[in-house]
Ligand binder design. Sequence first.
Ligand code: CA
Length: 227
Amino acid sequence: MPGESILVVEDERSLLKVLRYNLEKEGYRVSEASDGKAALAAARKVLPDLVLLDVMLPGLDGFEVCKALRKESEVPVLFLTARKEELDRVLGLELGADDYVTKPFSVRELLARVKAVLKRAGRPRPAAAARRFGPLSVDFERYEVRVGAKAVELTPTEFKLLRLLVEADGKALTRDAVLERLYGADRSHELDERSVDQLVARLRDKLASESGRVVTVKNVGYRFRTT
Ligand code: CA
């Protein structure tokens, strides 16, 4: 699928440039990091579909980065190794790496590996059930909401509200429409438009850094900001 996101972790500037250029040419979205710490931060932020991970990095090395990644996600990892000893460790340790490429490699070989790993990892993602908006990911089938790697606990009503907003696809929903869709026609008298505002406030609170995705539309209601 074009547009998949790849995080390239490599401290060698020139190689990073070559990788970025060629991956983008293939239609991938590329983000980069040049040390282990930055790699982990970037992985949490962009939630890549694949991590291309150099073994020899300043600070945390590729092995440590891979181990840390594994604690929080199942993102496929493709190692870039420079020496035989590194390769032995990639193969010998239970790091959960998906594949490796030894340096020096041809761009063609690398792209083929990237494609193969993505394909293998390509759990058929039901397009409508799992959506991602920057660091915010929402899975309507699993009832899972995350901001970065952090799970967000929503009540069923908050979850329903988020779903309504997301599925409105950027269109504004009136408070009345929200009440109607959440509680149906036989809603109790205590539920007025202010309860929608309170619900939205709680949802925003839980979405923390992503709270700005729920936008107030003056005199109307709310809409979801997808970008
Ligand atoms: Ca390196």
